[in-house]
Write a protein that binds this ligand. Structure first.
Ligand code: ARG
Length: 592
């Protein structure tokens, strides 16, 4: 429940008393905060159905409202907007309730769902790069949000480790080191002993081999054919290839764990496409038997077009004519696994917008094949690209793909120079300064991304992102650190937060009005799968706090009750900011 939902309940009942749909009573934050706190526009929308003028209707609705404890003033503006101002007492009691609640007034979901957030999704054998950044950053935030809202939330990295790229790497390695036992079809572990425990390649080798083989495959149909064959044999359990796959896998995952860890991105499960290998064949067989899939030129496909499609909708390919499985096959089987083993209710795929056709095909096939029922929600949470100042996808200065590890170094050093410029943390020892620089760098990077709506492309501008001024992650961190130090100083003087009193200063009131929006903000961010809603709100809270602090000289205040109330407001603001920052996926240093 939030203040706004309390008001909505009042107005819905009033519309109902007029014999109209209660949903007309929806109350929103005022567009004109100088005139009112909230507004209800339902009278305009309802006037047609009611066959009355919006103004008359608004008057009648207002006549039904009787809540002197909550509502200070109601007025009708323009053709029939209802402006609503709340009492200072109501505001104080909402903030007071927030202060006493570890969840800050945000109720946990009454009907928790099992939500799988599928994000990150690097392919095996590739170093992480900027392209993986958005999936990781947006996905992590969405995962934290759903978890906070009380859902059973599972973050799954879904590594690309079972398709053609692996077959290609096998071929490339065979051409480079043909003498390795993995390629010898006669090799028998029972006789010849186990395959070597040591990987023949490291991640640098793999990342270098990967573009080399993709180029060769494109030029030479024979190489392409060998790669397909290797993929097929791997998927059908050829022991040498499996042993090699295990090396590739372990080498990549070790590095990816490091990179994602440095970004404070944590997956609950490190499943991959390979996880569902055992399911592929039976699933395809069943879909064929059920008439959902059919053979076409030796391949197996599912027709997923629907009569309402405006454009031609290509079928989903399940098996190539050589029998190998594809990205779409593993995605479909992964849905089956998540329903069977994880009890999934909702799947959110935080993946590049360019894959929208793929997901639509997979989702349709999952429904047609009865892999999910209507009670399971599948959704592609798409995002745009990270560009450079010229509107081109962001790369290194040399034009290569920037590795995520290097990117983290880059933002950390940008953060370090900003800290020096602003003379922040200058007298701390080296280790603490390094830690702060990393925290600030990660905040710069993540907030720079999350402050944009996920579907828009944005320009990567680390100097702007790392600034301590303006709408940035470091600004939020700095604000929170400042609030911590205010509370520390108060504490040192023996002062403590007390009961929240009705506000007397405009800036104090504005801050309170802002804070009590928290529940609906999180609700909205979750509904839209849009962390930028959280980012925007966090910035507003921080700026409102700064205005309040400028006007209300807390530590010098003589009225002790007022002072204690202000300290309560300060503490609640801090808790709110810390929660928001955590939901965005970064940390606030203890001091700066
Ligand atoms: N590995 C894929 C890629 O690099 C992304 C995986 C996204 N998740 C999924 N379930 N398809 O494009």
């Amino acid at each position: 429940m939030s203040l706004r939902s309390e008001l909505t309940a009042l107005f819905s009942a009033a519309f109902a008393e007029e014999g109209l749909d209660p949903s007309f009573g929806d109350v929103a934050v005022s567009q004109r905060p100088e005139l009112a706190d909230f507004q209800c526009n339902g009278a305009l929308a309802a006037s047609k159905e009611a066959q009355r003028s919006p103004r008359d209707l608004a008057l009648a609705v207002v006549g039904h409202i009787d809540a002197p404890g909550v509502i200070r003033e109601l007025s009708i503006a323009g053709p029939g907007f209802i402006n609503i101002s709340v009492t200072n007492g109501a505001l104080a009691s909402w903030v007071g309730a927030m202060k006493d609640d570890t969840r800050l007034g945000v109720e946990a979901a009454a009907m928790p769902k099992t939500v799988i957030v599928d994000y990150g999704g690097p392919n095996m054998s590739k170093a992480l790069h900027v392209g993986h950044l958005r999936a990781a950053v947006i996905g992590e935030s969405i995962k934290r949000l759903f978890r906070f809202l009380g859902h059973r939330t599972i973050g799954d990295i879904h590594i690309g480790d079972w398709g053609m790229p692996v077959g290609q790497l096998i071929v490339e390695l065979e051409d480079r080191q043909p003498g390795l036992p993995y390629f010898d079809p006669e090799y028998d572990e029972a006789v010849d002993g186990p395959y070597p425990a040591e990987s023949p390649v490291d991640l640098d080798d793999l990342s270098e081999m990967y573009p080399a083989i993709t180029a060769r495959v494109q030029e030479d149909p024979e190489v392409a054919e060998r790669a397909r064959r290797a993929t097929f044999e791997l998927q059908n359990g050829r022991p040498g290839y499996l042993a090699l796959w295990r090396h590739f896998h372990d080498v990549s995952v070790a590095e990816q764990k490091k990179d994602f860890g440095a970004l404070d991105v944590e997956f609950d499960v490190w499943f991959g496409e390979s996880t569902v290998n055992e399911r592929l064949e039976p699933m395809v067989k069943r879909l064929l038997a059920d008439g959902v899939a059919r053979e076409s030129d030796g391949a197996v496909i599912v027709d997923v077009a629907e009569p309402s499609d405006k454009k031609e909708f290509p079928p989903l390919l399940l098996t190539r004519s050589d029998g190998s499985y594809l990205y779409s096959t593993t995605d479909l089987a992964t849905i089956e696994m998540r329903v069977d083993d994880l009890d999934m209710d909702v799947a959110l795929y935080v993946v590049d917008a360019r894959q929208s056709l793929h997901f639509e095909q997979v989702f349709r096939a999952a429904r047609r094949g009865g892999i999910v029922g209507d009670d399971v929600h599948l959704e592609h949470v798409a995002f745009g690209t990270v560009n450079d100042a010229h509107g081109k996808p962001f790369r290194t200065r040399e034009g290569g793909v920037l590795r995520l590890g290097d990117l983290i170094d880059l933002v950390t050093s940008a953060a370090r120079s900003r800290l020096e410029e602003a003379n922040i943390a200058s007298d701390y020892d080296g280790a603490e300064r390094d830690r702060i620089a990393r925290q600030v760098g990660v905040a710069a990077l993540k907030f720079g991304d999350l402050s944009n709506h996920r579907t828009t492309d944005y320009v990567f501008d680390i100097d702007r992102f790392a600034s301590f001024e303006g709408k940035t992650g470091p600004y939020l961190q700095y604000s929170a650190v400042r609030i911590k130090s205010i509370l520390r100083r108060a504490f040192d003087e023996g002062l403590e937060p007390g009961a929240v009193l009705a506000p007397t200063v405009d800036q104090e009131r504005a801050l309170m009005l802002q804070l009590v929006r928290l529940p609906e903000i999180l609700d909205r961010a979750a509904k839209l799968r849009a962390p930028n809603v959280i980012a925007e709100f966090a910035y507003e809270v921080a700026t409102d706090f700064s205005r309040f602090y400028e006007h209300c000289h807390i530590l010098n205040e003589e009225d002790v009750a007022r002072q204690a109330s202000w300290l309560a407001l300060v503490a609640t603001t801090l808790d709110t900011l810390l929660l928001l920052v955590d939901l965005l996926g970064f940390e606030v240093p203890d001091r700066m």
